[in-house]
Design a binder for this molecule. Structure first.
Ligand code: ADE
Ligand code: ZN
Length: 323
């Protein structure tokens, strides 16, 4: 573990809402005068046994009720950055779900300003840097994604890119072409979740219809050798989250994760934690799980950390500095 934490790395697939630990849920509920349907953090944590992505998303969205104002988002961001720093993360490109908050009546400014407060404090204390990526919820209307993007641009939100998340199956990426076009024209970087529960076709849509620069998850590319060759040739990074895939039953167990095949095929693989408060581990624990399952040597582990720096949206001089 020490060896893993000592490797400088970048986290590229992390939902800030997925770092809301049960203890913080209860603390914020108390401060905000919110009654929760659980006795304590332990009882809430006991509910974290998921059948699939959908069953996880229900509780993930439900817990957001405790995030009410700027200070709550600052607490969340600061707690994540502090934990990530301990795992050797020197930079994180962090997802947040604007619509999950605006539909509850929390303003975009409160969310973004709060996250920035927390990250700026962590940067001053620890030197860790962050970039924000606003994800659109693919199971909500395209018109809502478009108006969310327009509002982000209107308030000059300090985001580096946009992504696409939530329920993949039945909500094709191709519906969001106009949103991603508009974001690209505004100078934003593009990523999307694809190939987590959906198949190779979902990944192809993210690549061809949205023109994403990284694929979040992308593990089902293993089902299509031509797609694997294309991803390898184009050096498209995959942001893989091993413990998430196990906890959401995207794979039967860690030993049957396709990670070794993806590495073997020359894909630009990176290791990340997705929603660490729910899936039993931050990024160092995701590295530890795959080292253990696949008996990875030091060189491979160092290569994975190196990949995470190269796959980031940092400029090349900062990338070199981290290497
Ligand atoms: N939102 C938060 N975590 C997610 C995941 N793993 N897949 C899709 N949407 C998400
Ligand atoms: Zn995710």
């Amino acid at each position: 573990m020490t060896r893993i934490a000592a490797l400088p790395k970048v986290e590229l697939h992390l939902h800030i809402e997925g770092t809301l630990e049960p203890e913080l849920v209860f603390e914020l509920a108390r401060e905000n005068g919110i009654d929760l349907p659980y006795r304590d953090a332990e009882e809430l944590r006991a509910r974290y046994a998921f059948d699939d992505l959908q069953s996880f998303l229900e509780i993930y969205y439900e817990n957001l009720v405790v995030l009410r104002g700027r200070r709550d988002f600052a607490r969340l961001a600061h707690a994540y950055a502090t934990r990530a720093h301990a795992a050797g993360v020197v930079h994180a490109e962090v997802f947040f779900d604007p619509q999950a908050h605006t539909v509850r009546g929390v303003t975009l400014t409160e969310v973004v300003d709060g996250l920035m407060d927390g990250f700026e404090r962590a940067h001053a204390e620890l030197g860790i840097t962050t970039g924000l990526i606003a994800c659109f919820l693919r199971d909500r209307p395209v018109a809502e994604a478009l108006s969310t993007l327009d509002e982000l641009l209107a308030v000059d939100a300090p985001i580096i890119g946009v992504g696409l998340d939530s329920a993949e199956v039945g909500n094709p990426a191709s519906r969001f072409t106009e949103v991603f076009d508009r974001a690209s024209r505004a100078g934003l970087r593009l990523v999307a979740h694809a190939g987590e529960e959906g198949g190779p076709d979902s990944i192809l849509q993210a690549l061809d219809d949205l023109a994403v620069e990284r694929v979040d998850h992308g593990i089902r590319s293993v089902d299509d050798p031509r797609l694997m060759s294309r991803l390898a040739d184009e050096r498209t990074p995959l942001t893989i989250c091993p413990l998430s895939n196990v906890h959401l039953n995207a794979v039967a167990d860690i030993a049957s994760h396709p990670l070794p095949e993806l590495i073997e095929a020359g894909l630009h693989v990176t290791i990340n934690s997705d929603d660490p408060a729910y899936f039993g581990g931050y990024v160092d624990q995701n590295y530890a799980a795959i080292v253990d399952a696949f008996d990875l040597d030091d060189q491979t582990v160092a290569r994975l950390a190196h990949n995470s720096v190269d796959a980031s949206f940092l400029d090349t001089s900062r990338q070199q500095e981290i290497h």
